[in-house]
Design a protein around this ligand. Sequence first.
Ligand code: FES
Ligand SMILES: [Fe+2]
Length: 282
Amino acid sequence: MREADRRAALIPDPDLVRAAIYEREIQASLERVWENVHDWEHLPWLHSEAFSAIDLQEAGDWGWRATVAMGREARAEIELVTDPAAGHYVARTRAGAGAPSEIWTRLDPLAPHRTAIHVEFRVQPMPEDALRQLGQGYVSLYTLLWNQDEEMMRIREAALAERAGRSGGQGGEDGPETISLGSLALLRPKLPWVFGYGGHRFRLVEEGGELIAHAMECPHMLGPLGDCSVEDGILECPWHGYRFDIRSGESADGRSLRLRPAPRVTLDPETGEVIVSRHGSA
Ligand code: FES
Ligand SMILES: [Fe+2]
């Protein structure tokens, strides 16, 4: 988007009226919130109740423009334009369901991990009752969306902090080469089972009769992989839907991303114990 268009997009449409205001605090840093605002890709995954698909037209440091599907039928052209210096952004529905409308959001950092948000929903003029009802609908939808976003941001912030701690020398890759997870007979009813190895957590699953360990963090944006179901050896990250082969760790949709290498899992034929060892070790 050209700078002149961006400036024009940051002027409220004077023909629209306020339907509602929504305010809350988010337990995440301003940086995380801006990252989330630019992250168009998570809409149909993290917010699958509200959005069913997204088709990006353009994105840049100014924001993004996309066609968004809601349910089976409804489509809307949405343009999100940011003004980081002024601490706000607008999501404008330009065509399709809900057009024309504007959702203006102001962000105020309160503390390193606390950000206040102030959202104003602006729509076409309509009778007062209808306006109030529409406003209430927006507020309940945005309560859900921001709850989901806040959880994502908090998990990501914690994962980033853990990673920084690790690279700062706390928590190591060291530890025994080989560990036992106990007897398969006792472990099997508890699968999937999460265990620590070499300073990281992995999840043990049984897939086609084979015991396989896989990383708990998505290599894209550190999304949590601990609750994903695995189908035909493929898991799907809940944040943006990227898919990975748990045997090889490779992307199952052609991306240059791969899961953190997981340790090898074998069964001791004499003791019946599940043994976890470094790849390549005997
Ligand atoms: S964090 Fe984006 S797909 Fe997993
Ligand atoms: Fe979101």
